[in-house]
Design a protein around this ligand. Structure first.
Ligand code: ADP
Length: 164
């Protein structure tokens, strides 16, 4: 029987998705036959956007690329990977400051499931300073985020009332 295509999973909060995430997904799509973007349902944080909206925005932002699967998950990433047939975890590496945390998580995931391999991708330099937190802060202060997020995300942020 032929091997199933190598699937890579890109987990994150994506609250909201920004152009750094888009850059990583494009790079992953060039390498892996199957890319799954997985939005983490994190119960401890108060999100800006509901998980279903984040999934929808990623789907619409990546529609032009074709073949990107977008879903949400809760619980352990390695359990979700085994259910979805993926053994590669994709993570973006913006700067050395990302390294320590990412290295720890990569080793822990492999301890939890020996077949889990983490692959780090670096974005174009112009996106290295971008994070969802920075996007949210600028948006909450009424700044222009149009050059930082994909069009569908900008449209949603534009109509969302600013927090008081
Ligand atoms: P953020 O760090 O922006 O809040 P997430 O928690 O959703 O975003 O991160 C999901 C993944 O995307 C992580 O691996 C993170 O390192 C990566 N990532 C986030 N921002 C960027 C960026 N500007 N360039 C490359 N990768 C990024």
């Amino acid at each position: 029987m032929p091997e199933p295509p190598l699937a890579a999973i890109y987990p994150g909060s994506f609250d909201p998705m920004h152009l750094g995430h888009v850059d990583i997904i494009r790079r992953a799509h060039d390498i892996f036959p199957r890319v799954i973007v997985a939005v983490l349902q994190n119960t401890d944080k108060t999100p800006l956007l509901p998980v279903a909206t984040r999934v929808d925005l990623i789907e619409r932002s990546m529609a032009g690329l074709g073949g990107i699967e977008v879903t949400s998950f809760s619980g352990l990433l390695v359990d979700f990977m085994q259910q979805s047939g993926a053994r590669v975890i994709l993570r973006g590496m913006r700067a050395v400051s990302d390294f320590e945390y990412e290295f720890q998580i990569a080793l822990m995931n492999r301890r939890l499931w020996a077949q889990a391999e983490t692959v780090f991708l670096t974005p174009n330099e112009e996106f290295t300073y971008l994070s969802s937190r920075v996007v949210k802060e600028i948006w909450q202060l009424g700044g222009d985020v149009s050059g930082l997020v994909p069009g569908p995300v900008f449209e949603v942020l534009r109509t969302l009332p600013l927090p008081r």
